[in-house]
Design a binder for this molecule. Sequence first.
Ligand code: CA
Ligand code: CA
Length: 223
Amino acid sequence: MKRLFGFLMCLGGCVMAVAQVFPQFNNKSFDEWTYSRADVELNSYNILHNKITLFTTQAGNTYTLTSPAFSCEAVDTLTLTTTWVTEYWNESYFKPDRVALTVALLNEQGVTVDSVTCAVTTPTKTNILTMKLDRQSGWPSHGQLRLAAWKADVQSNGAVREVVLEVSTRGDVNQDGTVSIADVTALVNALLDEKEDAVFDVNNDGTVSIADITALVNIVLNM
Ligand SMILES: [Ca+2]
Ligand SMILES: [Ca+2]
């Protein structure tokens, strides 16, 4: 156990500042996001004026919005609440059966490993869409989220105004909302006190053991 504490002291010195940040998108927070349409700049004005539209051109170019990379190491669920504005929803050419938003989780190579589609059953100008991804085997250690409009062409497009990402995480042992070295300390104390609460079972194998500390240290180091 002495060696373990020595290791933790060293780890604490290395990662004191760890606090995981997850990407959010709005007219004040978009710097690390990328919009695949070259002729429309991603800026506050264009976001507020519904210019960040998602659709597919006749030539087959699909315009998407992609988040910055973030650590998925400790993530159990990703919940996106997206404000999606369909300006032409009341026009005769608007095709309701094409109105759906897809969010994909991409791995480090940019390959889709998971996705969810939310259809708008009753289109209005401003749609609030909530989509949830539950952790599956094959999720990457670092990923990006990519938003695209299902089947939408230019006349049935929608504009992304805001994306709020809520995340539930594994390893938040002290339940302060983030995973950090403080959780490792809390887990060591729990192990010394022989506590068996489920929150300490980081590797989800049904017991609280030294293996949970290893799992938690890996989460912290990979953030
Ligand atoms: Ca914590
Ligand atoms: Ca365990």
